[in-house]
Design a protein around this ligand. Structure first.
Ligand code: NAG
Ligand code: NAG
Ligand code: NAG
Ligand code: NAG
Ligand code: NAG
Ligand code: NAG
Ligand code: NAG
Ligand code: NAG
Ligand code: NAG
Ligand code: NAG
Length: 838
């Protein structure tokens, strides 16, 4: 059967899906849809980590990449910011997201949780829930179970109303309750087990007509399927012979922390993990993430998870195809899908060759497919299999079509490489003569709070004790002020010219102000979120104002009892002086503290573009404040032309938050540099992956560029960027850029087909390098070898120039004789993409 016919038949059955109800079930081999066993490739795309405008393109690219299923969590705290007040607007429109999946004729997997982890703030739990009486999360607790049931029911009802379950003709074929509970269940004793059973009963009680799964839950009660999460899941088996082997999270990369370098997981290793999983009988696997995206606003968890949630996924943060990962996996999906029947019905036998080398044959109705897997991390294996000799590189799987010829090896990349570039765009609103082309306005965030003995503004709590930050703020903001006043006389033992204030906090950032002046700040480092900060303070006789500003950088999202981890100033708080070589202490922990929630600028919505009051502009007497903490900056900029994604470079700034046209694009912390150590210039895909392997950009900004989705911008160009700078920096280097594919490369041996493609709307505008023979080096620095076919460049140019994509059969027949005396010639091409001038 030709591929076209296959695609035709496939779309034909999928069209039926939209109209008719589908019976989704499972058996020991696979998920079945209308009785047919399926190999399903799934990928996570979290709807709030992009915009509704981006969804169609992301889902389309996922489909082109060979996915069958799009998986998402449901983000409770985003949907229910206040108890029983719901938000399903904009990028929280879950129904629209599922319908977008449906319109691409893909399936959906809905991981309701509602605990989600996901490096999402507080694991998806609403913080107001923490403040309900007698509540304890994720255990046999009535208050919690009522809230969970209330929200889960709401989501299930919403899906049912819109007929989105496959049993109703919709795309949702699988649902998940709870999430990785098995990892922490033992901390909750009998109550934990009771809760897990209750979750299963709750899920089943909805009768949604599609299977439920529980991941990392080896004791998931029937009929719920237990599934595996991890870097590799080939050794996993479900808890019953009647359940299929499913992998709900195969981590395609890893997330990034403030202060961390950039993690990468190679295409070869991801493909190895997937091929091995299928070799050992796996039939459903989900890429976590397929598109990671952006933690807009205050959604990132952690603490200390960056605004970018790129995850080194097959689609990058901005939605661009991440090559060669996307293409290498696409080829794997195509091959495995083409033998779906053999894999899901066939009999299999394994042969162990020792030294981690195994062969697996699946046969069905006279057809067969074989896997040769070499899990030795350093030695290539040469084996004779069915009278043919094969070389299987270390840490790779070869797939043999009809068990007699290799069609894919996970370590051999035949997909194109793309190198992206940030192109500075001409976005300046009004060009000035000076270097600094953006015009900045500014405002100071007030930090004196007591006047004539009165606390200014609205005080939300007053208490003679220190309260947990999230209890006071409900996490509606990162910021909480703790304000008190201390009477000091010159006979006071702590009266000295060297008095210090000592504050213990549970994190994450602490600023100290005395009598309106900043005495310093400190932030948590090296994973120690609680710390003590000591700074010299200048006291005056009489009443002194002491104001502490505590800032959180994402609440924790993982671990037993994570919901109870405290944040904010916890005390003791002491004034200390050294007298006669001994420390004297005045403890002010139990002073009367006034709590003010949020920054003044947040309360008055200073980031609203239409708020033009009280901003300062540069004049003869006033210059732009730089290296000053607590400054709001504002500028106007034009919308960069074209369709490429847009980023803003916040180099020069410290830490804070950025808004574009009133949309919070996330926290920034550009001044936080990654550790100098741990990177290496090469990355060996071989050997067990972990998140410290293959990291790049040590010693550089952990995040310098911040995504501005195009839908946040106006067509009339008058866009507003507002920054709240907390540590002090300068905005002179702020720039807007587009993320453009700079180079595309292919580098393939004879006998393969080299495919090159530019993004939608672009064509191959120049072939910069093309050599067929023995070219050396890699994309961006290719060099000619000793010999080559002299006509390569002109042949390739003829085939590719002006086209969105081209494919070249790599052979001497097509590219001309090379005269190289090598077993196999190689073709290397570097090309550029540009706008179609035609
Ligand atoms: C926090 O811990 C306390 C003490 O163990 C417990 O009573 C409370 O229910 C917990 N709260 C949450 C939200 O889990
Ligand atoms: C959720 O709780 C509210 C009251 O707080 C109630 O009106 C509503 O019916 C509940 N929803 C479900 C599905 O239980
Ligand atoms: C679960 O909670 C209920 C109600 O509070 C209680 O009756 C039951 O004993 C608890 N189960 C376990 C295993 O502690
Ligand atoms: C599996 O069994 C078939 C038939 O018995 C045999 O020809 C083949 O070599 C076996 N495959 C492996 C990988 O051992
Ligand atoms: C890989 O193979 C080599 C050579 O046979 C052997 O010494 C080594 O222990 C193997 N390594 C692993 C991880 O199996
Ligand atoms: C926090 O939530 C509680 C309970 O829902 C509410 O009474 C309180 O006003 C909230 N506080 C803030 C600062 O939003
Ligand atoms: C503090 O005061 C003492 C005595 O009053 C003086 O000797 C000392 O130099 C002062 N130290 C500083 C740092 O000003
Ligand atoms: C300083 O300490 C010493 C020894 O502890 C003591 O003898 C002396 O009286 C102290 N002086 C003052 C001024 O307190
Ligand atoms: C604009 O800002 C001013 C001063 O900061 C504030 O008083 C006012 O409420 C704000 N207005 C709007 C519409 O955001
Ligand atoms: C949750 C989970 O499965 N974690 C595993 C992920 O993979 C790493 C490396 O193989 C294991 O160490 C983890 O236990």
């Amino acid at each position: 059967m030709t591929t076209h016919l296959l695609i035709f038949l496939l779309s034909f059955t999928l069209i039926n899906l939209v109209i008719d109800a589908n019976k989704v079930s499972y058996d020991s081999r696979a998920i079945t849809i209308d009785g047919k066993r399926k190999i399903l490739f799934s990928g996570s795309i979290h709807y709030p980590r992009s915009t509704a405008e981006m969804w169609p393109s992301l889902i389309k690219k996922a489909k082109e990449g060979g996915l069958d299923v799009i998986e998402t969590y449901v983000f409770w705290n985003a949907h229910e910011p206040n108890r029983r007040q719901y938000d399903f607007s904009g990028n929280l429109d879950l129904v629209k997201f599922i319908k977008t999946i449906q319109s691409e004729r893909l399936y959906a997997m809905l991981r309701i949780g509602p605990y989600v982890c996901a490096e999402w703030n507080y694991g998806g739990f609403p913080v107001w829930m923490h403040n309900l009486p007698n509540i304890e999360f994720r255990t046999n607790n009535t208050a919690y179970m009522n809230e969970m049931q209330n929200f889960t029911t709401l989501i299930v009802d919403k899906m049912r109303q819109e007929k989105l379950f496959a049993s109703q003709g919709g795309p949702i074929i699988l649902a998940q309750i709870e999430n990785e509970y098995g990892n922490i269940m033992s901390s909750y004793g009998e109550n934990g087990k009771q809760y897990m059973k209750w979750c299963a009963q709750l899920a089943e009680s909805y009768q949604i007509g599609v299977p439920w799964v529980m991941c990392q839950q080896s004791d998931a009660p029937d009929p719920i399927i237990d599934t595996c999460n991890g870097w590799y899941c080939d050794q996993f088996s479900p808890n019953s012979k009647s359940k299929p082997k499913m992998w709900t999270e195969n981590w395609t990369g890893w997330f990034k922390n403030w202060g961390g370098a950039i993690p990468h997981r190679t295409a070869q290793d991801v493909a190895f993990a997937v091929a091995r999983f299928v070799q050992y009988g796996g039939t459903f696997q989900n890429y976590y993430m397929y598109h990671g995206g952006t933690n807009f606003g205050r959604t990132s968890g952690g603490p200390y998870i960056t605004t970018s949630y790129d995850y080194d996924a097959p689609l990058d943060e901005y939605g661009n195809i991440n090559q060669p990962k996307w293409g290498h996996l696409k080829q794997l999906h195509e091959i495995l899908k083409s033998v779906e029947d053999i894999l899901t019905h066939g009999t299999s036998n394994h042969t162990d060759y020792g030294n981690m080398m195994t062969a697996t044959m699946y046969s069905y109705t006279g057809k067969s497919i074989c896997f040769l897997g070499n899990a030795n991390s350093s030695n290539d294996a040469t084996i004779v299999f069915q009278n043919t000799q094969y070389i299987v590189p270390a840490w790779s799987v070869s797939i043999l079509s009809d068990c007699d010829h290799e069609v894919y090896n996970t370590a051999k990349i035949n997909a194109q490489t793309s190198i992206t570039l940030l192109k500075e765009s001409e976005t300046d609103f009004e060009k000035e003569k000076s270097q600094s082309t953006l015009n900045w306005q500014w405002m100071h965030e007030p930090h004196a709070h007591i006047k004539d003995g009165q606390v200014l503004g609205s005080v939300s709590h007053r208490a003679s004790q220190l309260l947990d930050q999230k209890v006071v703020t409900n996490d509606t903001t990162d910021y909480l002020w703790y304000i008190t006043s201390v009477d000091v006389s010159d006979s006071d033992p702590i009266w000295s010219n060297d008095t210090k204030l000592r504050v213990k906090t549970n994190g994450h950032v602490l600023h100290v102000f005395v009598n309106g002046g900043q005495a310093g700040y400190k932030y948590a480092q090296d994973g120690h979120y609680s710390f003590t900060y000591e700074t010299k303070v200048k006291l005056k006789k009489g009443k002194n104002e002491i104001s502490l500003l505590s800032a959180t950088v994402g609440l924790p999202n993982y671990g037993a009892h994570f919901a109870n981890v405290s944040v904010g100033v916890c005390g003791p708080i002491q004034l200390v002086a050294i007298k006669n070589k001994t420390e004297v202490v005045k403890d002010i922990t139990n002073n009367v503290w006034n709590y003010k929630v949020g920054l003044h600028g947040e309360v008055v919505k200073q980031y609203n573009p239409d708020n033009n009051t009280r901003w300062y502009t540069k004049s003869l007497t006033k210059s732009l404040p730089i290296r000053k903490a607590f400054v709001w900056y504002k500028t106007m900029f034009n919308t960069p032309k074209g369709n490429d994604p847009i980023v803003v470079d916040l180099r020069g700034l410290g830490k804070g938050t950025a808004w574009v046209n009133g949309n919070n694009i996330g926290r920034y912390w550009t001044s936080y540099l990654a550790d100098e150590n741990g990177c290496s210039s090469t990355c060996d895909y071989r050997g067990t992956y972990d998140s410290n392997k293959c990291i790049t950009k040590c010693g550089r900004h952990s995040q310098r560029w911040y995504h501005i989705p195009r839908s946040f911008l106006h067509t009339n160009n008058k866009n507003t960027l507002v920054l709240f700078e907390e540590f002090g920096g300068h905005p002179y280097d702020v720039k807007f850029s587009t993320v453009t594919v700079d180079k595309i490369c292919g580098n393939l041996y004879e006998g393969n087909v080299l495919e090159l493609a530019c993004h939608e709307g672009q064509v191959i505008s120049e072939v910069k390098f093309a050599s067929f023979g023995v070219p050396e080096d890699e994309c961006g620095s290719f060099k000619k070898g000793q010999c080559e076919s002299p006509n390569t460049l002109s042949i390739v140019s003829k085939m590719c120039l002006g086209k969105q994509s081209c494919s070249i059969q790599v052979s001497e027949k097509v590219l001309g004789p090379t005269g190289c005396r090598v077993p196999r010639n190689k073709l290397a091409i570097e090309a550029t993409c540009g706008v179609n001038k035609k």
